[in-house]
Write a protein that binds this ligand. Structure first.
Ligand code: CP
Length: 368
């Protein structure tokens, strides 16, 4: 693999390579010096066309811990304000000898476009997607995976540790690139994945599939979706079913048969939380919403906000994740966010450096 743009085609072996490599870098980071000479002489350019706190800093620190030289670009203070294009910006960094480009953009597909341009030019530059629009955020999902797997087995984090675990992803799934990458990795692990959101914040594709499967319009408030059939479902149905099902939350039906599926959809929180091992909560991404989609924040917190009280439905040792940034008191209570018994939010940030070291190392050393 020359670029990391999506987790859709990641193999189990690739997940395990990243997890194991990250574990060895976690050990390096626990040493006094914290640094290895692995990427000495290489250049890592952080091309962030959209704001970031943790992803950009984490990639920068990861590159520095590997002894690479780093270049940081922010669109607002760049020559894009004078009309320079994205591809010309990337080619400018190429001309300075960049080996790895870490790219974030508010539009889906920009990292892919830069990767295609580098391939077309015949240069050996790797592109890492650091979050593109509503599409994917692979390094975030890999650090989420690492955080969970290394909690279960710190010495040997691996994909199979999640087999049979119940994982709930709650919130604005429609606009979440993190959720899309999480879905690929958690499904690949063999986990039982439950998505819970108001009907307006679940991708329409999923809701259409529920209706298609049930053969009726009022299919109920729950359903399941088979990741392998995603492409098929995309060609089915043109009804505005998300809107229709908004009326159904008052009359829940039993869930559809789920015996062959790992993915469950819920338009209520409680079935997703019931006996969950891990709960991932997501921010309402107001910057990607049209105004009519934005729910009342108080009502949203009541219905879908995660609190210590609601966690009582989960397994007793449940852990809570959040990719950040957090809107305290909306998708998660402030008290729960800061509760070290349940919250893995700070561990996720810490894990991010080791996981991004692993990605940069695997791409930079040609071992990916
Ligand atoms: N999780 C995440 O992508 O955070 P930032 O937007 O701060 O990078």
């Amino acid at each position: 693999r020359h670029h990391v743009l999506s987790l859709a085609d990641f193999t189990a072996a690739e997940y395990d390579t990243v997890l194991q490599t990250a574990a060895s870098f976690q050990e390096v980071l626990s040493r006094r010096t914290k640094k290895v000479p692995t990427l000495q002489g290489q250049v890592v350019a952080n091309l962030f066309f959209e704001p970031s706190t943790r992803t950009r800093s984490s990639f920068e620190l990861a590159a520095k811990r590997l002894s690479a030289d780093t270049l940081n670009f922010a669109a607002a203070t760049s020559s894009m304000t004078k009309g320079e294009t994205i591809l010309d910006t990337a080619k400018t960094y190429l001309a300075m000898g960049t080996d790895i480009m870490v790219v974030r953009h508010r539009e889906a597909g920009v990292p892919n476009a830069i990767a295609q341009e580098m391939d077309r030019l015949g240069v050996r530059v790797s592109v890492l997607n650091a979050g593109d629009g509503q599409h994917e955020h692979p390094s975030q999902a890999l650090l989420d995976l690492f955080t969970i797997c290394s909690l279960i087995d710190p010495n040997h984090p691996r994909l199979e540790l999640l087999k049979g675990k119940k994982i709930a992803i709650v919130g604005d799934i429609l606009h979440s690139r993190v959720a899309r990458s999480n879905i690929w990795s958690f499904i690949a692990s063999g986990a039982e994945l439950h998505l819970a959101a108001p009907p307006t914040l679940l991708p329409k594709l999923f809701a259409e599939y529920i209706l298609e499967e049930s053969g009726e319009e009022d299919a109920g408030t729950q359903g399941h979706w088979d990741a392998e059939n995603e492409e098929d479902t995309g060609t089915k149905g043109h009804n505005n079913v998300v809107g229709k099902n908004e009326n159904l939350s008052a009359s829940p039906h039993p869930p559809l048969s789920a015996s062959s599926s790992q993915l469950f959809l819920h338009w209520q929180l409680e079935p997703a939380l019931q006996d969950a091992d891990f709960v991932m909560t997501l921010r309402l991404q107001k910057e990607r919403m049209t105004a009519h989609l934005l729910p009342s924040l108080r009502e949203y917190h009541q219905l879908f906000g995660i609190t210590t009280t609601k966690l009582q439905l989960c397994k007793p040792n449940v852990k809570v994740l959040h990719p950040g940034p957090v809107n305290r008191g909306v998708e998660i209570s402030s008290e729960l966010m800061d509760d070290p018994e349940f919250s893995l939010i700070q561990s996720q940030v810490t894990s991010g450096v080791a996981v991004r070291m692993a990605l940069l190392y695997l791409l930079g050393s040609g071992k990916a």
